[in-house]
Structure formats: structure tokens, C-alpha cells
Design a protein around this ligand. Structure first.
Ligand SMILES: *Cc1c(COP(=O)(O)O)cnc(C)c1O
Length: 356
């Protein structure tokens, strides 16, 4: 049976990226060697990472003065690297979910954290507005897409201090004005590639302002100077990222991605809004284009497990919501085709016919 992959992360990748990665595992460029068994210092690998960096810069229109890094450690490592490298005294954070809270926890190890807005009062179902960014903050940090709660910040905040963003789950889903940001990071495993590699877009001139001593591996300058090869980088995930970026480019880039993603999200939200059994969990103007969270209405609550089994029997994978929201979450990243969204809509409608 055809599977429709709604996993939140690691998640669906373009089939062509998986096939080309599989080929490179068996034989890289007819070299008789696998990508798994060549030196990261080899010409072959240098060409791979160079292409990945160049594609990232091209697709996101990254201006001069910024570097693109591919490191290990996940987005979670950035929760501490950001304040380690950039916080002298105080930083401002927006608290919009589990990942934001984790970033805040690490930042508190390095100085004063001003939580300038929070949606904790309503289980992170909306994006806080009307917050003020203190002028004396070293930077302002936020999470653009809250993977677990299905909320997303659709417009760049305006900030007079350097802006830093965890874009793990919506990078490459839309164009971004990179020049507004000092640093953007994320784990690749949501929209960019497989698990094991973290992307970082960093403006060089924000570095060198803190006085503390930074261990080499946690110092952005180390990784900029060595082109992400201070130590052995995650070679295979970087290859798969390169293949994923090639696919995004062939599809028409991030402008086209945005168009398709909005079309998919609108179709699914419309179905949920018109449903008798289901209801969305995020406030309408805060809804994510990437992660669609919904639950059963009160009178049907006891049917949630049954719906998951029903959907599974129709080939739907990964629809169970995160435990902090419950219900269902359909992650509809770039690589998820519109036909999978249409198939899910059919499943929702069929289930309602049988049960409502
Ligand atoms: C998944 C996710 C993370 C955690 O990423 P790791 O690479 O597992 O550390 C952080 N932030 C957001 C927004 C995420 O979706």
C-alpha cells in the first residue's frame, strides 16, 4: 500500500534525494568507493560540502557577510552555542513552545534572560504579539515555527538588536529576508535532510563581542575558519542535504515551495474547519503552514485512537499528535506531495461519514 508520510521529524524527504544518496552509498561518482568510506578531506567530499553551501546560499539568497555551516549536535546544541558566543549580559527570548523553553533554559546559564512574550497561558496555541524587545539586550531569539504546537510566525519581527531564529521546521518553506537576521539555525531533519546535521547561517560581524573563553568546538569562529571541517563533519547527512537542496531548486526554489505549501495547508485547514468531528488547536492567524495540529471535538474525544488506526489502515503514517497537545499532527513539509494531503482529506471525510 502507498504510504503517506506525515512524520514530524525525521520526516519525509524527496524520493530522488533518497535514491541518489543510496547510489552514493554503493558507489560515489563511479569511484568504486562509498561516500561512507572516503576521507572528509578528499576532493570528492570537498566538492559535496561546497555544493551544499552554495545551494543553500543560492536558494535563500544569503547576502555577503554571512557564512553557512553544517555541524553536528542538532538544533539543541545551538541552544547553548548561541548564548555562549553572543550573550554578554542579557538576551531577550520569545516563549512559544517546548523548543523555545529549552533554548531559554540554556541561555540562563550565561546571563539574564528576559522572556518578553509567552503563550504558555493557552498551551502555546498562539503567537504572542505586542511584545517589546529591550534595547539593551545582546540579541533577540525566537522560534519561527513551533513544530509541536503547529504555530508559526509569518512576518519577520522588527528588532533593533541582532535577531536570532530557530528555523528547524520551516527553513526552505518560504523566502526569508536573511539580512534582517544575525543568525539562523536548525536541525536538518524537518525540511532540509536527514537527522545528524545542523545548518547555521551566521553573520560574521556579530562575533568576537563576548569576553568569556569559548571551547574550540563551541566557538562559531572555529567552524567558520575551517569551513565546517574542524573535526569530521556528518558526511552522509551533508550529502543527503545537498540532494534535497538540488530538488528544491529543480522544483522552482523557495518561492514555489511557499506557493505549494500554502495550497496544501489551506486545503487541510479548510477540511478541519468544516468538519463536524475535528477542530484545529492553533489560533487561526498563528497557524503553521508546516505542522497542522487538530483534535476531536469534545463529544468525540473517545474516538481519537480509533481514528489513528483507521488512518493507518489507509496508509497514513505519523499522524499522532505530540503528547503535549494530543490528538493529531499532520506535518506537511516541502517533500510531502499534495496528493498525500488530498488522501488525508479523503480519510477524514470518510471517517466522518462512518462516525459522525
Ligand atoms: C526538532 C526541533 C528542535 C530539536 O532539534 P534537534 O536537532 O533534535 O536538537 C529544535 N527546534 C525546533 C523548532 C524543532 O522542530
Amino acid at each position: 500500500m502507498k504510504k503517506h508520510n506525515f512524520n514530524a521529524g525525521p520526516s519525509i524527504l524527496p524520493r530522488i534525494a533518497i535514491e541518489n544518496t543510496a547510489k552514493a552509498i554503493l558507489d560515489l561518482n563511479n569511484s568504486g568507493l562509498s561516500i561512507l568510506e572516503i576521507s572528509h578531506r578528499s576532493k570528492d567530499f570537498q566538492a559535496i560540502i561546497d555544493e551544499a553551501v552554495a545551494l543553500f546560499k543560492e536558494l535563500l539568497n544569503i547576502p555577503e557577510g554571512y557564512h553557512v555551516l553544517f555541524l553536528g549536535g542538532g538544533a539543541s546544541m545551538q541552544f547553548c552555542m548561541v548564548p555562549y558566543n553572543l550573550m554578554s549580559k542579557k538576551a531577550a527570548y520569545l516563549e512559544t513552545g517546548v523548543w523555545a523553553k529549552k533554548a531559554i533554559k540554556e541561555a540562563k546559564l550565561f546571563g539574564e534572560v528576559a522572556i518578553i512574550g509567552s503563550s504558555a497561558d493557552k498551551n502555546f496555541s498562539y503567537i504572542p504579539k505586542d511584545y517589546k524587545i529591550p534595547e539593551d539586550a545582546d540579541y533577540f531569539h525566537f522560534t519561527s515555527n513551533n513544530t509541536i504546537y503547529g504555530t508559526e510566525i509569518h512576518e519577520d519581527p522588527v528588532s533593533s538588536v541582532p535577531m536570532i531564529c530557530d528555523m528547524s521546521s520551516d527553513i526552505l518553506s518560504r523566502p526569508i529576508d536573511i539580512s534582517k537576521y544575525a543568525l539562523i539555525y536548525g536541525g536538518a531533519q524537518k525540511n532540509t535532510g536527514p537527522a545528524g546535521v545542523t545548518f547555521i547561517i551566521i553573520k560574521e560581524d556579530i562575533l568576537g563581542k563576548v569576553e568569556r573563553v569559548i571551547p574550540s568546538m563551541l566557538d562559531y569562529k572555529t567552524h567558520i575558519a575551517s569551513g565546517s571541517m574542524f573535526n569530521t563533519p556528518p558526511c552522509l547527512p551533508i550529502f543527503a542535504v545537498k540532494e534535497t537542496l538540488k530538488w528544491v531548486k529543480e522544483m522552482g526554489g523557495v518561492v514555489k515551495m511557499r506557493e505549494i505549501n500554502h495550497e496544501k495547508a489551506n486545503l487541510l485547514y479548510e477540511t478541519i474547519d468544516n468538519s463536524r468531528m475535528f477542530v484545529g488547536t492553533a489560533e487561526k492567524n498563528s497557524r503553521s503552514v508546516m505542522n497542522v495540529c487538530f483534535v476531536m471535538k469534545e463529544q468525540y474525544k473517545d474516538k481519537e485512537a480509533d481514528f489513528i488506526s483507521f488512518a493507518q489502515s489507509k496508509g497514513m503514517v505519523g499522524l499522532k499528535g505530540h503528547r503535549s497537545v494530543g490528538g493529531f499532527r499532520a506535518s506537511i513539509y516541502n517533500a510531502l506531495p499534495k496528493e498525500s494531503v488530498l488522501a488525508l482529506i479523503d480519510v477524514i471525510k470518510e471517517y466522518e461519514k462512518l462516525n459522525a
